[in-house]
Every structure is written in structure tokens, then in C-alpha cells.
Write a protein that binds this ligand. Structure first.
Ligand code: ACM
Length: 530
């Protein structure tokens, strides 16, 4: 079994035996880089001694044959939602394993890549005896992503590449980078050097800051593009602008601080839409970030938790920011609070504050009044967005916020310290099964059809993440679960079947050197060593 589970798998008799001289034959020059990447990735996923010998373009029988084609793919149900690159791309593919060879095909290079990804997993799971089978597959949603907080902890490019690798292995095609927040600013604005000079130095607590140079972002975009992942930038405003205040104190309004029950104070900053200098700043930022993410058709404008601002000022800010994005030929995505600004039907509303969490958090006596008020307003965001005809990007905290603590103990007692420390305690802990026993349509209030959904995006916020290991501990094994929800047409997911498929992923993670939470909910397949 591979993750996400394919639309159809028909098992045959016997197996194909991979040998050290198994060749890859490529049906078109355009597919040569995909085959080369596939060979490299199999080498990283496994200990198998095989080096596929590339025969280049040709028709050699036997081995792995990779071609363009759409045979048998019409039976795959249609895809819903929108793509972050704004394109319309057929991602469907077929993989056929028979005793004398393997075929991988798709109508587009991206479809072929998805098929090769399934074959990578088959090889990692079965080693050199791959059972005969025919797989026909395609995605349920076009936008399948992860939102990655690189502010609260700054993650260097090498870590971002590892996360792109994880996304690609599970057919996620969007990595949304949360590039700005109260604690840091993570990219260069050429005519505003102060943003990096003063805004990028810190992170949460005493963690080191940092930022991505234009060259590093160009390299990350190229790396992601090779793996058919689109990087989407987020500039979070008008709230969450503490880092702007470090560079340009005159641009942000310091709102009255809010006393917390433990004696601390929460200090909010925001950008005032009535200040013309704010708009010069916003335009400079947009003009700098958009060219650094050339494959993204969208700019994420944040819009969340603008605490302390009046509703009118927040809505005025979001409306103007959205107009400026559209004027630059890009499309708008924002957290669900943008629905309060009468957004355009083409704007994507990212649903995060789900009712279960709103109820649970609002009932706690220690929760401050401003937060209860915010949560109360949040109940109306999704109905408003749907009324306007906006599609939802589903990121419900209950199922898709990976910074929830892990609820089940680890099978490895050495991981219990990390489990107790990593994950925001404001959220009730969640099991892996919690991330599986739900559906993006049936568990989103007001949504009745895939057509109302742009896609599914998990989120990892890094307040409690102090290292790359902590990050990976939250991402794995939850990320494949989000991919299952985003890609697979099979719903509901059968937990025991999924848990067995997940168990078989562990050897790949070990070979890759990725840290993962060894939840006791899963009988991890630790014996396999090929
Ligand atoms: C969010 O978690 N503030 C979008």
C-alpha cells in the first residue's frame, strides 16, 4: 500500500524482480530529468544496491518504461479546487507492474512524476520483489499543501529542502511559507534594507533569527519546481506586524497591551489603513516578494488575528491589500478573517478556526476576553465566504494543525521528553488517528460539495519547535495523513489499513535521516532493511 491511497489498485499474480542492471527507458526527452531524479530518490529512500541504467529514449523491453499516455485514466473521478501555480494540469497517472516489466505513464510530466512517486514507494515498501499490480490514480483536490512557519523558528534552506522532499513523497504540491510575523522578517525588500537589518535578527525567545536571500529563494523555488511543488509566500498583515515595528516603528500602531492571567502582557502591532505611508510600504513589500516566488499565482496576505484593530480598519486594510495583489496580476489567499472584508469570489479563504476548537477554548476560564470576542466573530467567517462564492482552503485546527501535542505515547520511551515539550498546550493533544478519521467536506460546517473547496493545507507553527528534530517530530507521521485527505478519493479512510501503510513508511524515513514520532498507535515496520 502506498500513501496517499490510489483510486484503484488491481492486484495480479507474481512479482517483478528488480536486478542491479534493471534499466529505465524513457519515452520522451522531456521525461529524462524525471527518470534521473527518480533514480536518485530511490537511492536515498532505500539501501537497494540497484542503480537503474538509463537507456535514454527508446523502446527497450523489460525494466521500467516511462512514457506519456492516458490509457485507462478516464475512470479517475475529476479533481476539485484550484492550483497554486494557477495552471490546469492533469496529474493522473498509471503504474503497471508485471513479471517482465514496469510501466509508468501520465498525460503530463507532472502526472508521470506522481506515478514515479508511487513507484518509489512500492520499491521502498517491497524491496526488489514488487507484486504485480495495476494502479490508476489521480487527485481529489488540486491544492494540497503545508503552511510552514519559518518565523518563530528560522529554518535554513537545507531544512526547507527536507520539507519539500517530504511534501513531494506524499504528492503534496504546495509549500506555503509564512515569511513574516511579530518575531521576524525572513526575506529581502531591496529598497527597505531595514526589514532584514533590524526585523530578521530574532525569533521566539533567544533562538537565532535569519532570512532567505534572493539567491537562496531562487534555489528553493528551483528545487521545489523540480519536484512539482509550488512555493507560496505569505506576508502577514495588518496584525502580526511586530517585526515591521522593529524596522519602521513609525509605520505600526502599538495597540494597548493586554494583561494576561499569568501577569505577562500581550503587545499587538498593526498597520493603519488610513496612513498613506503604510500603503507605500505594502506596495514595496509586494513588489519585492512577488518576483521572488515566480511560480506562485497567489500572494497570501495573512489577515488573521488583527487583535486590537477595529473591524472597520481591518476590513479596509484587507480590501485595499487584496486590490493591490490583483493589480499585480496575482490572486489572493488569506486566513479566514479576510471574509469579514467582503472579498472577491476568486479569493481563497483559508479556514482554520473550527467550531470544535472555538468551543473548547472559549469554555476555559483563563482565556482572555479579547480572544473570546475574536473566536465569536470567527464563527461567521466561513458562512460569509461561502455566501460570496469563495472557495475554502481547508486547514481546520482540529485535524490539520500539526503543532498540536501528540496524544498517544511514543513506542520509544526516549521520545517522551520531546512529546511533553513540543506542541502548543493551548490545543487539546491529537492522535494520528484523529488526523485520519475526518473528511474535508463532511467535517467542514456549511460545505456540502468538493466544488466549494480549493484544497487541503496542513499547518505547522513553530513556537514550541527549537530544532529541526522538533519540527520533523511534528511533521512525521502527520504529513502523510494530510496528503491522504487532500489526494485520495477514498473516504472515509479505514484506519487499520492506513496504519499498516504508514508503518511501512518508517524504513524510508530512517534511510532519509528524518526524525519521526514513533506513535504507539502504529506497529512500525522496523525490521525491513533494504
Ligand atoms: C493562525 O493560526 N493564526 C492562522
Amino acid at each position: 500500500m502506498t500513501i496517499p491511497s490510489p483510486t484503484s489498485v488491481t492486484l495480479g499474480e507474481g512479482a517483478f524482480t528488480l536486478a542491479p542492471d534493471t534499466s529505465i527507458t524513457i519515452g520522451s526527452p522531456e521525461l529524462v530529468p524525471l527518470a534521473a531524479l527518480f533514480t536518485t530518490e530511490v537511492g536515498l529512500d532505500t539501501n537497494l544496491p540497484h542503480v537503474f541504467s538509463a537507456d535514454g529514449t527508446g523502446t527497450a523491453a523489460g525494466g521500467v518504461r516511462v512514457t506519456f499516455g492516458s490509457e485507462g485514466l478516464n475512470g479517475v473521478p475529476g479533481v476539485a479546487g484550484v492550483r497554486a501555480d494557477g495552471a490546469s494540469v492533469d496529474e493522473r497517472y498509471g503504474v503497471e507492474v508485471s513479471a517482465d516489466g514496469i510501466r509508468v505513464w501520465g498525460a503530463t510530466a507532472e502526472g508521470v512524476y506522481r506515478g514515479l512517486t508511487t513507484l518509489r514507494q512500492l520499491i521502498a515498501v517491497h524491496g526488489d520483489e514488487i507484486p504485480c499490480q495495476r494502479i490508476i490514480d489521480g487527485p481529489r483536490f488540486a491544492w494540497r499543501g503545508l503552511s510552514f512557519d519559518v518565523v518563530r523558528t528560522f529554518h535554513p534552506p537545507e531544512t526547507v529542502r527536507r520539507v519539500i522532499d517530504m511534501c513531494a513523497l506524499y504528492k503534496l504540491n504546495v509549500l506555503h511559507l509564512h515569511l513574516t510575523d511579530d518575531q521576524g522578517w525572513r526575506f529581502e525588500v531591496h529598497n527597505r534594507p531595514e526589514l532584514v537589518k533590524f526585523g530578521s535578527l530574532g525569533a521566539v525567545a533567544d533562538r537565532p533569527g535569519g532570512h532567505y536571500t534572493p539567491l537562496e529563494l531562487a534555489e528553493l523555488n528551483r528545487y521545489a519546481e523540480e519536484r512539482f511543488v509550488t512555493l507560496v509566500p505569505e506576508i502577514d498583515f495588518p496584525g502580526h506586524t511586530g517585526a515591521v515595528s522593529l524596522a519602521f516603528p513609525e509605520l505600526t500602531s502599538e495597540l494597548p497591551s493586554i494583561p494576561l492571567p499569568n501577569g505577562d502582557k500581550l503587545q499587538f502591532h498593526s498597520l493603519d489603513p488610513a496612513d498613506p505611508e503604510v500603503w507605500t510600504f505594502v506596495e514595496d513589500v509586494m513588489d519585492a516578494v512577488i518576483p521572488q516566488f515566480p511560480r506562485s499565482a497567489y500572494l497570501h496576505i495573512g489577515g488573521d488575528e488583527a487583535w486590537g484593530m477595529s473591524d472597520e480598519a481591518h476590513a479596509a486594510f484587507v480590501r485595499r491589500a487584496a486590490e493591490l495583489v490583483r493589480e499585480r496580476g496575482k490572486q489572493v489567499v488569506g486566513w479566514q478573517e479576510i471574509a469579514r472584508a467582503d472579498v472577491d469570489p476568486a479569493d481563497l479563504t483559508q479556514y482554520w478556526l473550527d467550531v470544535q476548537d472555538i468551543d473548547a477554548i472559549s469554555e476555559r476560564p483563563e482565556v482572555p476576553a479579547f480572544l473570546i470576542e475574536h473566536l465569536g466573530k470567527a464563527r461567521h467567517d466561513v458562512p460569509k465566504a461561502l455566501e460570496r462564492g469563495c472557495k475554502l482552503l481547508i486547514s481546520a485546527t482540529t485535524y490539520l494543525y500539526f503543532d498540536r501535542p501528540h496524544a498517544a505515547p511514543s513506542a520509544d520511551p526516549a521520545q517522551e521528553e520531546t512529546r511533553a515539550r513540543v506542541g502548543l498546550r493551548a490545543y487539546p493533544p491529537a492522535t494520528l488517528q484523529d488526523g485520519i478519521d475526518w473528511d474535508p467536506v463532511t467535517n467542514t460546517p456549511g460545505v456540502t460539495s468538493d466544488d466549494q473547496v480549493a484544497g487541503v493545507e496542513a499547518a505547522v507553527w513553530c513556537e514550541t519547535v527549537t530544532s529541526r528534530d522538533d519540527l520533523e517530530f511534528l511533521l512525521l507521521p502527520r504529513l502523510p495523513g494530510a496528503a491522504e485527505k487532500a489526494w485520495s478519493h477514498t473516504t472515509p479512510t479505514d484506519w487499520p489499513v492506513y496504519a499498516a501503510a504508514l508503518a511501512a513508511q518508517a524504513p524510508t524515513w530512517r534511510h532519509r535521516g528524518w526524525t519521526w514520532f514513533q506513535s504507539s498507535e502504529v506497529a512500525w515496520d522496523v525490521q525491513k532493511d533494504w
